[in-house]
Write a new protein. Sequence first.
Length: 168
Amino acid sequence: MSLPTARAALAASSLAGVLLAGLLASGCAPLRSHSGYIIDADLVNSVQPGVDNRQSVQQVLGTPTVAGLFTDPDWYYISRDNRNYGFQTPKVREQTTIEISFDPAGNVTAVRRGGMAQVSGISPYDKTTPTLGRKRGFFEDLFGNIGTVGAAGMGGPGGGQGGPRDRP
């Protein structure tokens, strides 16, 4: 191989290596996303207790993200910023919750703001629900009932529930 050909091959392989490294590094870049309500501080600050009602709040802020399930008079506007790498589950980095309470007549009684303190993380237990009793494997579940049909004391043909046996 001549010297210019070797240099060209070396340059091509180093270029391919740099491109591959860049591609791998781009998979490690954080993905940022926003979900929920987009907060406009001026609009939120314009909602005043004792002045506004449900209709005026809905005209100014729009439909709430969540209406109170247990306490009907409360509306929640939730804004959340998430971040994740590649195909990982997104993790909450910032959350703002605006809670607006109403009296029975529909007038605003309070406007409260919350943050990350209201975010709760749960971790499921091994993707299965723990139960009492013995653990059975796949084959025990598949073949476990063989021989139990008609067994003594179980009812049905040949069982002890239908009267005395007259045949062996």
